[in-house]
Design a protein around this ligand. Sequence first.
Ligand code: BG6
Length: 502
Amino acid sequence: MTAFAADKLLLFGATGDLSRRKLLPSLCALDADGLLPENLAIIGTARSDMDDATFREMARASLEEFLPAERRGGMATFLNRLSYQQLDASSIEGFETLAEKVAQAGAAKGDEEEAGTSGGLAIFLSTAPSLFGPTIAGLEHAGLTGERVRMCLEKPLGTDLGSSAEINDAVASAFSEDRIFRIDHYLGKETVQNLLALRFANILFEPIWNSNVIEHVQITVAETVGLEGRVAFYDDAGALRDMVQNHMLQLLALVAMEPPTSFDATAVRDEKVKVLRALRPPQANETVTGQYRAGAIDRKAVPGYDEELGKDSNTETFTAIKAHVDNWRWKGVPFYLRTGKRLPERVTEILVQFRCVPHSIFAGGKGGTASGTSAGTGLQPNSLLIGIQPDEDITLSLMAKVPGLDENGVRLREVPLQIKMPDAFVGQHRRIAYERLLLDLIKGDQTLFVRRDEVEAQWEWVDAIRSEWEAHGVTPKPYNAGNWGPSAAIALTERDGVSWHE
Ligand code: BG6
């Protein structure tokens, strides 16, 4: 890894949605906490024609809209770090002027630069993927791809393995892999990182974290929002490519991976990629797709997908998949994944369902059955529910004896052992996922960024699903907004005797 802290950050797509909602607020919040390098200069670039002052004004308005007032303490200092250069990234002209602007942004530190003690440049590309190639060519032309330059890419990184490889090749022609930072913003979420702490900082779970004790795993990423104005993008993507290919597979990999030797970029990513490569391509009957129709969310009427889109479409806004990880640890353990728009609530959670005890000593008693089953006692298998958002709770369901004299046999009931993370860590504010990722980009730590082989393994699996859909002429089944997807999603688990956690 090239060890330097960047002292310049160049944001492509600086006036776009991601920049206004997440990147600028995250950077400002880091600044307010004194976490940005003191001399960090931030240069924005986009197609819009504006000067530094106008860009700062736009940034101020975004911060006021998207960053809570209590985190805006350092706003004035932060805005002073910003400058702007207009650029049409699709043509090579203009990159030299951009390079001059970047150089100027560091002008005050010219002496250090000569002495070779200065930082370097981190570039954040949050533009349409069609601009990735021309942007890299432009940067190369303007001498902005040297050893002390890092490149950070925001999704979508392609629409299938082929197009993703093309993007990766274009970036690799100018940057070595140790200088490429691919964002999956789920990895920036505190609760997602906590999965690693839960699994590998506690002795309790690892010995039982396998097919001997775990019956199945459920991963749900449910959203209440619909298209949110991203009409063209979403209709070309769909739930599988928008959510499963990246965020859900990263969650699955963190749950299923072998213990890495250390919390280091190579060790962690080596283990994740092994899981991704062990994913078996599901058959068509192991997947369900849906598309929302008009309905109600929180008792408010919302239109259907086709109405929002203004035309008919075969894009899925919901998908549920029964996934299998073909290795020793997970033999025979299904991973049920589901994600969708316009579902009844916004929730991301992972449920680890353990097996039943091998023999119930409570069965066959006065309240039990002679067959040796636990029917009648209330005995249930344990489960571990890991809340990612909005609730950051970890709940282990344990069986306990219902107090009483047991005249009709022992009665058991599930009781939760629950950790509410915000209560356990009072006074720590919840950070935007991009805060951590931007800081790691500036410092050069790749642990929470996705390596090329991971992205490609993810695409390979997703492409296999899409081919299966095409081969079987699968089209999304309708579901009313405010429901948990089409009824086939329920059937997908019920036929295995499993209910989705709700
Ligand atoms: C993005 C998807 O990557 O993640 C969006 O493109 C989705 O469609 C979003 O809404 C969800 O992110 P979060 O952090 O709100 O769960």
